[in-house]
Design a protein around this ligand. Structure first.
Ligand SMILES: [Zn+2]
Length: 303
């Protein structure tokens, strides 16, 4: 009888402690432990593992008038469970550019991109698994691929294409600038004064090449272009200036006759004037001048 009264008054509860500190009382120890273990082992999306960072103890106690606080106990224990998250980073040139959830997705992205770009780009792409204490934001495969392309790979491809285009253009430019004199402006013609020479009849170094020929000898356009001047100009006498398609100007001076007018298109080899001795000249010759950006260049470098 006494024993029965004792049972009515006292219950067996479990006192729960975290690192020795009492956090509450529960009735079913096994049930709580199962729930904690299930939580630790649960692998929600992105979770690598969980770990209970403290020591918990459940001590059976005979107590009276103690209230249990199961939910509070559970919450306090869970607060002390750390979670480590994982994700797979796709690296380009060693730097992680985006994250996906699974290794399979990561490997597939890497293989697909390597195949897609193998002819365009030496793509340094890889996978790196990372672990963090916070949730790692991952993308689905399609979104990850388009992010990698738009932010990195396509930028690289565009840069390579731009470089190739520029190399091609400068090669073309170099080639076109080489082919300046397509046709010798007069057939034969003795060189009587070279570019840069000084003489008593000039105030400064010679700006062209003098080719002596009988008066009336046809002068041919050395390259195709547009006539920008045809008339008399001081010491040059009668002169034709042609702006070539590649930006060079060619001047034909001391002429006796001019056959072309301003604005006219001429092709290399077209007859444009006749040799004479107009202007500052001591005998019939062609003064042939090549200019670019206002500067006289040595015509013999182009012939
Ligand atoms: Zn001259």
């Amino acid at each position: 009888m006494i024993f029965a009264i004792f049972l009515l008054k006292y219950n067996i509860l479990y006192e729960v402690t975290i690192d020795g500190e009492v956090i509450g009382y529960i009735t079913d120890k096994n049930e709580i432990e199962d729930e904690i273990n299930n939580y630790i082992e649960s692998k929600d999306k992105g979770v690598a593992f969980r770990n209970l960072e403290v020591e918990t103890e459940y001590k059976p106690k005979f107590v009276s008038n103690k209230e249990t606080n199961r939910e509070e106990v559970l919450d306090k224990i869970k607060e002390n469970i750390s979670t480590t998250y994982t994700a797979y980073g796709i690296t380009i040139d060693g730097n992680i550019q985006t994250y996906v959830s699974t290794e399979e997705e990561a490997d597939k992205i890497v293989n697909d991109l390597q195949n897609e770009y193998k002819d365009k780009l030496a793509l340094d792409i890889g996978v790196k698994q990372i672990f963090e204490k916070e949730v790692i934001e991952t993308l689905d495969e399609t979104t990850a691929v388009s992010k990698l392309k738009s932010e990195n790979i396509d930028v690289k491809v565009a840069k390579l294409e731009e470089e190739a285009k520029q190399a091609e253009e400068s090669k073309k430019e170099e080639e076109s600038s080489k082919v300046v004199v397509a046709v010798r402006p007069i057939s034969g013609g003795t060189i009587t004064s070279r570019f840069g020479e000084r003489s008593s009849i000039r105030s400064s170094a010679h700006t062209g090449l003098d080719l002596a020929a009988p008066s009336g000898t046809p002068i041919k356009a050395a390259a195709s272009g547009t006539v920008i001047f045809s008339g008399t100009s001081g010491s040059y006498g009668k002169i034709v200036k042609i702006k070539c398609d590649n930006g060079y100007e060619m001047w034909y001076a001391h002429c006796s006759k001019l056959y072309v007018s301003v604005g006219q298109r001429v092709s290399a080899g077209d007859k444009i004037a006749a040799v004479g001795s107009t202007g500052n000249s001591t005998g019939p010759h062609l003064h042939f001048e090549i200019r670019k950006n206002g500067k006289a260049l040595n015509p013999q470098n182009f012939m």
